[in-house]
Design a protein around this ligand. Structure first.
Ligand code: AHM
Ligand code: MG
Length: 337
């Protein structure tokens, strides 16, 4: 083997985040780096279980108990437990909010730190059994000055997050992260057990050719959304129609949108007045990443990151993606009654 072809200077997630910290000089405590290291550990742990679960599903038709006679934990519950344990043990968190838990967890001493993590441990769970991509979504706030950690620390606009990201479990595990200075993508090298920087400085193309909506809900959509969809499916020449891509896993649909451009939407409609997606741990982190990559994230009429949550499990309508595509959609909200 020609050893010259092997890169001996690869950039791992920890190295990359640490370097960011070095730029801050003595102001950087390294706490965020340690927290992100804990999150990257949880994603490796969850990724392993996602793979195993597929095998268990294949051979496990006999029932839902394992050989020891114990009930198999559902993958989303297991992923939640993995995250709660690792985040608490990191010593860097004060408040945890999970899609799986009705109430926020307030971390006690001696583990209490200064960050709050809001997360959906395993999003897109309807896709698990089919082996389709699923993921973990997270957002990070710093507790307010003088706070010792309470729900009020996370009932704040998404623009106040200090970092956000997701991990997509697919043919490989991909971690996409922003600490507020652009967006970077890392791929898990299973042999090293490290996330390697593979997609530096992700920028959403200003316009795409793909739309990603659950059009099965079209009969419930309000007229601006249906009028917009009609405009991209039946454009006037020389424009050509957009392609439809909808996986039904937000992480996978947003990942493709960040890389290829286009628009992802989960609108409010006549059935669900606030849409389906959760504000704190789905809409905010994805909106944060979208804006950091040069795109737009809106409810149709206002910026998602400006919303002030009233409860930890609030929902909100979501449209995000390429700047020009989202601006087109917003025009329909302004002009179509
Ligand atoms: P979940 O948190 O219960 O998995 O639901 C969230 C998921 C998103 O990943 C995805 O964008 C959306 O639900 C798909 O919903 P639908 O099946 O209504 O199209
Ligand atoms: Mg979810």
């Amino acid at each position: 083997m020609n050893t010259e072809e092997i890169s001996t200077n690869i950039i791992t997630l920890t190295r990359h985040v640490l370097n960011d910290g070095l730029r801050l000089g003595p102001a950087a405590t390294g706490d965020l780096t340690l927290l992100l290291t804990a999150i990257s550990f949880t994603s490796k742990f969850i990724a392993t279980n996602v793979r195993k679960a597929r095998l268990i599903n294949l051979v496990g038709l006999a029932g839902e108990t394992n050989v020891q006679g114990e009930e198999q934990k559902k993958l989303d519950v297991l992923s939640n437990d993995i995250m709660v344990n690792a985040l608490r043990a990191s010593g860097k968190t004060a408040v945890l909010v999970s899609e799986e838990l009705e109430d926020a967890i307030i971390i006690d001493d001696p583990y209490k730190g200064k960050y709050c993590v809001v997360f959906d441990p395993l999003d897109g769970s309807s896709n698990i059994d089919a082996g389709v991509n699923i993921g973990t979504i997270f957002g990070i706030y710093k507790i307010k000055d003088g706070s010792t950690g309470s729900v009020a620390d996370v009932l704040r606009p998404g623009s106040e997050m200090v970092a956000a990201g997701y991990i997509m479990y697919g043919s490989s595990a991909n971690l996409v992260l922003s600490t507020g200075q652009g967006v970077n993508g890392y791929t898990l090298d299973a042999s090293l057990g490290e996330f390697i920087l593979t997609h530096p400085n992700i920028q959403i193309p200003p316009r795409g050719k793909i739309y990603s909506f659950n059009e099965g809900n079209a009969m419930y959509f309000y007229s601006p959304v249906n009028a917009y969809l009609k405009s991209i499916k039946y454009p006037t020449a020389p424009k050509t129609p957009y392609s439809a891509r909808y996986i039904g896993s937000m992480v996978a649909d947003v990942h493709r949108t960040l890389l290829y451009g286009g628009i992802f939407g989960y609108p409010s409609d006549k059935k669900s007045k606030n849409g389906k997606l959760r504000l704190l741990y789905e809409a905010f982190p994805m909106a944060f990443l979208t804006e950091q990559a040069g795109g737009i994230a809106t409810t149709g009429t206002s910026r998602i990151l400006d919303i002030v949550p009233s409860g930890i499990h609030d929902r909100c309508p979501v449209f995000l993606g390429s700047r020009d595509d989202v601006l087109d959609l917003m025009k329909f909200y302004k002009e179509v009654p």
